[in-house]
Write a protein that binds this ligand. Structure first.
Ligand code: PMP
Length: 353
């Protein structure tokens, strides 16, 4: 770091993203991307004509995308805000609803960025441990008088809370925003979007990175009461009014409209997940009940770090977190059936050594 860096930033530990090798030599099961191509409709929408229009700024209101999203989710456009990935929307939400005097409550084992953003914005973290089995007790979140963020399904565990349990948390915190990060909800979770008209304190955040094959386009949606969305727009228009680029606006709209492709690809992931879980369990692995596009697994025959390194040596990238409670676990993204077959064969070879 330079001598010019603000001391307040020097104290922040940035998030470490999963490895993104650029040489394609790995089977990439480490950052929960989709193994499938974007929908053909997306590829058609990002046309040469649209590329030519890149000389012009994108629509700051994102009107066409909002219209498509409103139709898809059964909401009004004023209840939705697109972000540059759901990361941006989550950041905007923390900026809008938390500060040095208004902490953020979240689980000890969950998406790492929540804590990083708290550090960056001097928001106190109220960290609430998950139970021994990595499930969450909703009662731990009742009457907190703090903004809450819940990843549902959670990451990196994949465990989901039923909608009714989140409803309990919403009811028990009527004066605080409850952010439900639904990055993985399309793989078997219960979305809270149907609760939006009932709870003015509910903000749901979804992403196009996992179930819509657009991780590299950077697109997410925050959905909630129109007043909450206006608050997020206050942050956006104070930072970067053109936060979604032209190509992403087109790609996102096409992806939303191709519901058949969306359903087919997420069903394929759910099937492959079931197969992979069964295979791992047959080999004695502990595997959590995942409603996401990854599995969280461990074995006492080899420690998590060693297994991660040996898989990498053999051309397979998975995610290992060097963090308390989960050091012995690996998060394995669900790829194509062929990739998971190779993964199992490689794992067998490593476990025999
Ligand atoms: N929330 C969770 C729980 C995630 O795992 C991720 C992806 N790492 C994100 C949000 C952010 O995804 P994106 O910014 O690509 O939408």
């Amino acid at each position: 770091m330079s001598k010019f860096l603000s001391p307040t930033l020097a104290a922040v530990t940035p998030y470490t993203p999963g490895e993104q090798p650029q040489d394609q030599q790995y089977i990439k099961l480490n950052t929960n991307e989709s193994p499938y191509l974007p929908s053909p409709a997306v590829i058609a929408a990002v046309s040469e004509h649209e590329v030519e229009k890149l000389r012009l700024y994108s629509d700051p209101a994102c009107a066409d995308l909002l219209k498509a999203a409103a139709a898809h989710f059964g909401l009004q456009p004023e209840q939705i805000m697109p972000g540059n990935g759901s990361d941006e929307n989550l950041f905007f939400a923390l900026r809008a609803f938390c500060d040095a005097d208004h902490p953020l409550a979240y689980a000890d084992i969950t998406y790492g960025c929540y804590g990083v953003w708290c550090g960056l914005m001097h928001i106190p973290s109220h960290i609430i441990p998950l139970k021994e089995d990595f499930t969450l007790d909703p009662k731990d979140y009742y009457g907190l008088n703090q903004t809450i963020v819940l990843a549902n399904p959670n990451a990196p565990t994949g465990i989901a809370l039923p909608r009714a349990e989140i409803e309990g948390i919403l009811k028990a915190n009527p004066n605080n925003v409850v952010i439900v990060d639904e990055a993985y909800v399309d793989f078997g979770g219960e979305s809270c979007v149907p609760l939006i008209d009932q709870y003015e304190n509910l903000l749901v955040v979804q992403t196009f990175s996992k179930s819509r094959q657009l991780a590299g386009a950077r697109l997410g949606l925050a959905m909630g009461n129109a007043k909450l969305i206006a608050d997020l727009n206050r942050v956006k228009f104070s930072l970067n009014p053109y936060n979604i680029n032209r190509l992403t606006l087109k790609a996102g709209q096409a992806a939303l409209e191709d519901t058949a492709y969306f359903d087919r690809t997420r069903a394929a992931i759910v099937d492959t997940r079931a197969w992979t879980k069964q295979q791992l369990e047959q080999r004695g692995f502990a595997v959590l009940d995942s409603r996401s596009n990854f599995l969280f697994a461990s074995t006492d025959r080899k420690d998590g770090d060693t297994l991660y390194k040996e898989l990498k040596k053999n051309g397979i990238l998975v995610r290992h977190f060097d963090a308390p409670r989960i050091q012995n676990w690996l998060r394995i993204t669900i790829g194509t059936p062929e990739q998971m077959q190779t993964f199992m064969e490689t794992l067998d070879k490593i476990m025999e050594e």
